[in-house]
Design a protein around this ligand. Structure first.
Ligand code: ADP
Ligand code: MG
Length: 577
C-alpha cells in the first residue's frame, strides 16, 4: 500500500474511535427519551439541529424562539417529560427566556438549551459575537441553570437538567452550551460511558399519615365543602384517582382553567357555573394542585365572603403552604400519592357532603346555565362573543378529544366560562401570568405531542404575538384550526384618539383579513361573518386536518376593557385641563 493510503486509513480508524460534543449531547438526550426538540437554528447550533434530525429526533424549526419555548413548555405539561427548546446565543437565548420563566411560573418541566459564545472572551468582556453571560441572566428565571465546559461532562449536565426540571415542583431549567463544546472530541467508549440515563427522575413523595388524617378530620367537619382542582392536579396524570376522591367526598368541585375536563364540566358535582357562590359560602376548601394566587383573589377578601374558612391543600411544594392564608391541613407529596392516601384513609364508609349544600350549589349552577343558553343561540352578524362561542361550545362537545388552545382578553374570559371541556389536559391557555403569545407555540406542540386535531381560539391581539408561526403550521402540515375573534382591536375596536390623527392605542386596521395570512403559505383561509358560517368552517377544518385560519368577524363594539380583570387595570381619575 502506498504510504499516503496507509496514513489515510489510520486516520479513518482513529476518527471511528472518537466522538464529539455534538454526538454526546444527542446521545444523552436520546438515552433519556427525548423525541422532539423545538427551536430556531443559527450559530452555534445549526449543525446540531441537522444532526439531531439525522439521528431520529424530531426537530421543529420555528420563526421565533419565544414560540418554540412556549411549545416546549406545554410539551412538558402534556407529557411530564421536560420539553426541550434549542436556541442560538444572546438574542435567541433572550427570546427563549420568556418561555423559560413562563414554564417555571406555571410549574411546567422544560429545558432551554442555548449555544453561547466563548467563556474566555465573554468573561473579559472583549466583545465576542453575541456576547452575553447567559448563565447569570438565566439563573433568576428558572429552577436551575447549568453550564457544560467539557465533553466528558455532557452526560452529567443533561442528567442534572432533566432531574431538576421534573422532580418536586416541575419548572424551567437552563443548560448553557458554549460553541467550543460542540466540537470537542473524546474517545468514543469513554464518551458512551460518561452518559447517564436518569433513574426515577420524579420520585414519588408520599405524604405523612398524620397529615392525611388531619386533612380528613377537617373535611369531615365541613358543612359546605368545596374542592378546587388546579393544573398541578391535571399535570400529575392520576385522573381516575382524583375523580374517585371527588365523587367519594360528594363535594362540589371548581376546576381552575387548565383543570377543566380533568372531571367533565358537565359532571353533577361541577360548580363551574356557581363559582361566586361556592367561593363565598363554602366553609372548608380543599386545594388540589392549585394555588391561592391572584386567580383566586389570594384566598381572601370580598370574593371569599365573611364566613370563616378552613383550607386543606394538596401540593408537592411545602413552601406553597400558608403562602396567602393559613392552611390548617397541609398534605405535602406528589398528587398521585396524596390522593391515593386520602382515598385509602376515607375507607368505604365515608359520609358524603351534606345534601342541602350540594343541592343549593346545583340549583345555582343550573339557573346560571339556563340564563346563558339563549344568548349562545343567537345568529347575529356581525357576531357577538356569545353567538360565536355558542357554536364552538357545540363543536368541542362533539369532538372531546381535540386539543383546545385559548388566549385573548374577552375571547379568553368568555370562552373559559362557556366552553365545556370533557377530558383531562385538553384545555391549554394563558396560565398563571395570563400572558398573550402562547397561541401558536401551544398549538404546534399540542398537535405534535398528542397527535390530535387542535382548535385554537384567539383574540385578534393575542394572535398577533405568535402569528408568523402559521407558516410553521403549514410547513409541518399540522391539523390546527385557528379561529381569530376579530373585533378590530384590543378589548374593542371602537376607541378613538381625539388628540391627533394617529389611531387610538388599542385599535388595529379595521376589517383586517387574517385569513389571507395563512393562504400565503398554502393553508386554508376562511372569512366567517355569522355563527352558521363559523360552524361550517370549523367542522370542515377539523374533519380535513388541513391547516386553517378562520377570521371570525366580531362586532367591534363587543368586548369590555381588560375582559373580566378590569379591576386590575389602573385608571386615572384626574382630568387634565
Ligand atoms: P392553577 O393555576 O390551575 O391554580 P397552579 O399552577 O397555580 O394551578 O398550581 C399548581 C400547583 O400544583 C403548584 O403549587 C404545584 O406545586 C403543584 N403541583 C405540580 N405538579 C404536582 C404534582 N405532580 N403533585 C403535586 N402537586 C403538584
Ligand atoms: Mg380584539
Amino acid at each position: 500500500m502506498a504510504e499516503a493510503a496507509v496514513a489515510k486509513k489510520a486516520e479513518v480508524a482513529d476518527t471511528q474511535d472518537l466522538t464529539d460534543g455534538f454526538h454526546l449531547i444527542i446521545d444523552a438526550l436520546k438515552l433519556n427519551g427525548v423525541k422532539t426538540i423545538y427551536g430556531v437554528p443559527g450559530i452555534p447550533i445549526t449543525d446540531f439541529g441537522r444532526m439531531a434530525q439525522a439521528e431520529g429526533i424530531r426537530v421543529i424549526s420555528f420563526r421565533h424562539e419565544q414560540n418554540a419555548g412556549y411549545a416546549a413548555s406545554i410539551a412538558g405539561y402534556l407529557t411530564k417529560q421536560p420539553g426541550i427548546c434549542l436556541t442560538v446565543s444572546a438574542p435567541g437565548f433572550l427570546n427563549g427566556l420568556t418561555a423559560l420563566a413562563h414554564a417555571t411560573t406555571n410549574c411546567f418541566p422544560m429545558i432551554l438549551i442555548s449555544g453561547s459564545s466563548e467563556r474566555e472572551v465573554v468573561d473579559l468582556q472583549q466583545g465576542d459575537y453575541e456576547e452575553m453571560d447567559q448563565l447569570a441572566v438565566a439563573k433568576t428565571m428558572c429552577k436551575a441553570a447549568y453550564r457544560v465546559l467539557h465533553a466528558q461532562d455532557i452526560g452529567i449536565g443533561v442528567a442534572r437538567a432533566i432531574r431538576a426540571a421534573v422532580s418536586g415542583r416541575p419548572g424551567g431549567v437552563y443548560l448553557d452550551l458554549p460553541a467550543k463544546l460542540f466540537g470537542q472530541v473524546m474517545n468514543a467508549d469513554a464518551g458512551a460511558k460518561s452518559l447517564v440515563k436518569v433513574i426515577d427522575a420524579a420520585p414519588a413523595q408520599i405524604p405523612a399519615a398524620d397529615a392525611v388524617k388531619r386533612a380528613l378530620d377537617v373535611l369531615k367537619s365541613a358543612k359546605k365543602p368545596l374542592i378546587i382542582l388546579g393544573k398541578g392536579a391535571a399535570y400529575a396524570q392520576c385522573d381516575d384517582a382524583i375523580k374517585a376522591l371527588v365523587e367519594k367526598s360528594g363535594a362540589p368541585f371548581l376546576p381552575m382553567s387548565m383543570a377543566k375536563g380533568l372531571i367533565p364540566d358537565t359532571h353533577p358535582q361541577c360548580a363551574g357555573a356557581a363559582r361566586s357562590l361556592v367561593l363565598k359560602d363554602s366553609d372548608v376548601v380543599m386545594m388540589v394542585g392549585a394555588r391561592l394566587n391572584w386567580l383566586l383573589s389570594h384566598g381572601k377578601g370580598k370574593t371569599w365572603g365573611d364566613a370563616p374558612k378552613k383550607f386543606i391543600q394538596l401540593d408537592i411544594e411545602p413552601k406553597e403552604m400558608d403562602s396567602n392564608v393559613e392552611i390548617v391541613a397541609p398534605v405535602v407529596g406528589d398528587m398521585g400519592s396524596c390522593v391515593d392516601a386520602l382515598l385509602k384513609a376515607m375507607g368505604d364508609k365515608w359520609t358524603p357532603a351534606p345534601s342541602d349544600w350540594v343541592k343549593t350549589v346545583a340549583a345555582k349552577r343550573d339557573d346560571n346555565v339556563a340564563k346563558m343558553a339563549p344568548k349562545l343561540m343567537n345568529n347575529n352578524s356581525p357576531m357577538d362573543y356569545h353567538g360565536a362561542l355558542g357554536v364552538l361550545r357545540q363543536i368541542v362537545k362533539e369532538r372531546p378529544d381535540a386539543m383546545f388552545v385559548n388566549e385573548g382578553a374577552n375571547t379568553l374570559d368568555l370562552a373559559r366560562g362557556i366552553i365545556d371541556i370533557y377530558k383531562p389536559r385538553k384545555r391549554i391557555d394563558v396560565g398563571t401570568w395570563g400572558i398573550m403569545g402562547i397561541g401558536m407555540g401551544y398549538s404546534i406542540a399540542a398537535a405534535i405531542e398528542t397527535g390530535k386535531p387542535v382548535l385554537a381560539v384567539e383574540g385578534d391581539s393575542a394572535f398577533g404575538f405568535s402569528g408568523m408561526e402559521v407558516e410553521t403550521i403549514c410547513r409541518y402540515n399540522l391539523p390546527v384550526c385557528i379561529v381569530i375573534f376579530n373585533n378590530d382591536g384590543i378589548y374593542r375596536g371602537t376607541d378613538v384618539n381625539t388628540a391627533g390623527s394617529d389611531p387610538a392605542t388599542t385599535v388595529f386596521v379595521k376589517g383586517a383579513r387574517y385569513d389571507k395570512m395563512i393562504e400565503a403559505f398554502g393553508g386554508v383561509g376562511v372569512n366567517a361573518t355569522s355563527p352558521d358560517e363559523l360552524r361550517r368552517a370549523v367542522n370542515e377544518a377539523m374533519d380535513s386536518g388541513k391547516p386553517t385560519l378562520i377570521n371570525a368577524v366580531i362586532d367591534p363594539a363587543a368586548g369590555s376593557e381588560s375582559g373580566r380583570i378590569g379591576n386590575l387595570n389602573p385608571q386615572s381619575v384626574v382630568k387634565k385641563k
